[in-house]
Structure formats: C-alpha cells, structure tokens
Design a binder for this molecule. Structure first.
Ligand code: NI
Length: 137
C-alpha cells in the first residue's frame, strides 16, 4: 500500500522576547541580540504540518486536509495568533520562545490531537529565510 506524506501550511503572527531569566541582561543581549528586545517584537510565522500514512481505498486521502487544518487551528493558531508567546500562550509556559522550543511544544499539542493519524514532521518558519524542523525525536 503506498505511503504518502501530506502537508498543510498555516500562518500566524505572534510576538516574543527571547530571554533566559537565569542569565544576566548583558549575557541575554549578547546571546539573543534583537530577539532580546525588552518590549517584544513580532514575526509572521508559517507552520507546515505533515502527516504520513497509507492512502485510504475509500477516500483516496491520507487525511482530510480540512480536518487537519481544523485541528491545527484549534490547537496552535487560536492559541498563538496575535498573541505574545512569553505571556499569552499556555503551551509555551516557562519555555524560552525560540523557534526550536516553539516547534517542539507545537508537536506536543498536535501529536495527540492528530492521532491515530501519524504526525511525521513540523516545519516552523520564523522568517522566509529561517526555519526549524522537528520529527518528534
Ligand atoms: Ni524574534
């Protein structure tokens, strides 16, 4: 049976400040530069959500992309869009909001919501030039 990966891309806008409270202000500025700005800044994020599985004989789908969109919208977009990752987003509580940490936390909320389908990869774009990817390791 053919195994296919399908991907849905969703957009959201969110603010953050990359700051480790365990480090001094000087060290934070040196490590995180502009992303350490005390008064926040925003990014236009894109999240690519991939599901891998067999193609259903009945539907010809791996997963209904409308269903996948609705899950990602509920679990991630409605939590994060036009919000501040440091303050507003429950799944980022106590986590430094780098792209690396955001993509891992997105995995933790999406994986159980998408099951029994198989979430196979998340790609989070912070800018058109920078992205992180996570496959649940
Ligand atoms: Ni930033």
């Amino acid at each position: 049976m053919p195994i296919v990966t399908v991907t849905r891309r969703l957009h959201f806008n969110a603010a953050h400040r990359v700051h480790n409270p365990a480090l001094s202000d000087e060290e934070n500025l040196r490590l995180f530069g502009k992303c350490n700005n005390p008064n926040w800044h925003g990014h236009n994020y894109m999240l690519d959500v991939s599901v891998t599985g067999p193609v259903s004989d009945r539907t010809g789908y791996v997963i209904d992309l409308g269903v996948l969109k609705r899950i990602v919208q509920e679990q991630v977009i409605e939590q994060a869009d036009h919000r501040n990752f440091n303050i507003d987003v429950a799944f980022m509580h106590d986590v430094i909001p780098t792209s690396e940490n955001i993509v891992v936390q997105c995995w933790r909320v999406l994986q159980p919501a998408i099951a029994p389908a198989t979430l196979s990869r998340l790609v989070l774009w912070e800018t058109p030039n920078n992205y992180v990817e996570y496959s649940g390791e």
